[in-house]
Design a protein. Structure first.
Length: 229
């Protein structure tokens, strides 16, 4: 049995281990609002004769859950809310917002940004329009800033539910994306599919480990016995 076969088996175990780690994280966040699941993509590298692995985020729409909280917001369509953090602006799909000290903030008390910066809410009757316009007690306050990332590859996950953008931002029209008040977007992770993936990964890991042990045993036999008188 060639050493090349053992090398391929070892690389397969590495790929399965990485895929398993990503799938476990997906399952752990299936209840996280606005969470977008990741997948491992393998591409054949002719130079090494082995696959190269990359991680990609599925930006598909999650289901909208009605909460009737006037400050909860969901985006139906592509785009992101913009959050001000100590490290600069970050993007999110998690619209579980609240008002704290007269300011609209996220669940970590970071300001939610409108077209004019942080958003002040001073009133009781809050109405959000599909284009992000905020009306409080019948008066215009601001418009929720909703942006797009033309190239999803420029998005880097940061913490829970945040994305850092390493490229240009785009605009979003109300024709393609509507803000829905009193709802939040659920994770786009399919729990049953994730459990199925974990079972498949564990099965293939066990099979590959068995094959590697067999090749190791055969190599040991060849090394210790072949050529002896």
């Amino acid at each position: 049995m060639s050493l090349f076969g053992m090398l391929m088996a070892a690389r397969t175990l590495t790929a399965l281990s990485r895929r398993g780690s990503v799938t476990q994280n997906n399952l752990a966040n299936q209840s996280t609002q606005g969470f977008k699941f990741d997948r491992i993509i393998a591409a054949f590298d002719p130079a090494s004769g082995a696959p190269t692995l990359s991680r990609a985020t599925d930006m598909g729409q999650g289901e909208l859950l009605r909460t009737d909280n006037p400050f909860d917001m969901a985006l139906q369509g592509p785009g992101f809310f913009v959050i001000e953090t100590p490290n600069g602006e970050r993007l999110t799909r998690n619209g579980g917002f609240q008002v704290l000290n007269g300011k609209l903030v996220d669940d970590a008390q970071r300001p939610v940004l409108g077209e004019n910066g942080s958003i002040s809410i001073d009133g009781t009757d809050v109405v959000l329009h599909a284009d992000g316009t905020i009306m409080v007690d019948g008066k215009y306050v601001d418009r929720i800033r909703i942006v797009s990332a033309p190239n999803n590859a420029d998005l880097v996950k940061e913490g829970i539910g945040l994305f850092q953008i390493n490229g240009p931002l785009g605009s979003v029209s109300v024709a393609e994306t509507q803000l829905v008040q009193g709802h939040v977007e659920e994770s786009n992770m399919n729990a049953m599919a994730g459990i199925g993936d974990m079972i498949d990964i564990q099965r293939n890991f066990a099979l590959t480990m068995g094959a590697l042990r067999t090749m190791d045993s055969m190599l040991e036999t060849v090394t210790n016995q072949v050529g002896r008188p």
